[in-house]
Design a protein around this ligand. Structure first.
Ligand SMILES: C[S@@+](CC[C@H](N)C(=O)[O-])C[C@H]1O[C@@H](n2cnc3c(N)ncnc32)[C@H](O)[C@@H]1O
Length: 301
């Protein structure tokens, strides 16, 4: 049945998760995702037994409440989703608007899951008042309830009893990290580099982020960072300083769906950075050679 993925989420690392797992050392006690989103890497790591424990965090509180339900009350959330999915028939457009209003009033996790399953590009968008304002993609009805129930149940089985959930700023999470942990960082998408305000990574301060990476290095923490990349001639992501001493890998992430829609056939490449301590740990466990040589790699700098 493959690796489950209950939360549709723009920017999910679902397709790259099994490549990213190659860089998680075999002795990893705990995998930490400070920017969890749909937690594709943690789910894949649990599926392949790559870590014993997990810490998932995201600044988005309703998302983490949804995670809590998926892990601890899987039947409940699956039934909630099924109810909404069945009620929408024949009135999909208006029903989406109704659920969105109700979500903005109550922040209920079943409403949030339904919105993610039905909205444009599964992309979370909020207005200045903090209300969810993404439109429906009226070609999408959302996963059928039986499929959603199966993804939820299998995810709960993988993460139950092993997972701690937080909903705070990533820096607070990283204060609790220790040396047998591995951190997988997937900060918000930065868009293309042209014309953007380089001080921010979609809400994160670039300088603060770099300082955080420096202190992880100083603490000897092993981390994997998804950061920049390119699609055709478009590059995204402000370069990271060389002084961080990171090993850069470039992964072929497949055809860009946006470019395919526009009739162009363009491949997206995503960079993955490995911290100095992670390289040392992979080397010590003889995993380094195997993981580097098995990568569908474009370049390792
Ligand atoms: C690119 S997405 C992560 C996607 C994830 N790897 C997956 O597989 O779904 C980035 C996430 O960071 C979260 N985020 C943004 N700013 C944050 C912050 N300051 N602290 C923690 N999480 C934050 C967003 O809510 C978003 O879910």
């Amino acid at each position: 049945m493959g690796i489950p993925h209950p939360i549709p989420y723009q920017g999910s690392k679902r397709k790259l998760a099994e490549i990213i797992l190659r860089y998680i050392p075999d002795d990893t006690q705990r995998l930490i995702e400070p920017f969890a989103g749909s937690a594709a890497v943690s789910i894949a790591a649990a599926y392949h037994g790559k870590a014993r424990q997990f810490l998932l965090n995201d600044l988005n509180v309703p998302l983490m409440i949804l995670w809590n339900r998926i892990i601890h009350q899987p039947n409940d959330i699956a039934t909630g989703y099924q109810y909404l999915w069945e009620c929408q028939h024949g009135q999909e457009k208006d029903y989406y608007t109704f659920v969105r209003d109700e979500f903005n009033r109550t922040r209920r996790p079943d409403y949030f899951l339904y919105l993610l399953a039905r909205c444009v590009k599964a992309a979370v968008r909020y207005n200045a008042a903090g209300d969810f304002n993404q439109s429906a993609d009226n070609r999408r009805k959302g996963a059928v309830p039986a499929t959603m129930r199966s993804h939820i149940a299998r995810t709960s089985q993988l993460l139950l009893g092993k997972t701690t959930l937080w909903a705070t700023d990533y820096r607070e999470v990283l204060e609790a990290v220790h040396s047998l942990d591995v951190v997988y960082l997937d900060p918000p998408y930065q868009g293309t580099s042209n014309g953007r305000d380089g001080r921010y990574l979609a809400g994160l301060q670039y300088d603060e982020f770099i300082d955080t990476l420096k202190s992880l290095n100083q603490g000897g923490i092993g981390y994997i960072l998804s950061y920049d990349g390119n699609t055709g001639t478009k590059r995204y992501g402000k370069p990271l300083p060389n002084s961080l001493g990171l090993t850069k890998l470039v992964i072929n992430a497949g055809r860009s769906s946006q470019a395919t829609l526009l009739g162009r056939d363009v491949i997206t490449y995503e960079s993955l950075y490995l911290s100095p301590s992670l390289i040392t740990r992979l080397d010590a466990s003889s995993q380094l050679y195997t993981s580097l040589s098995s990568l569908p790699l474009v370049s390792a700098l």
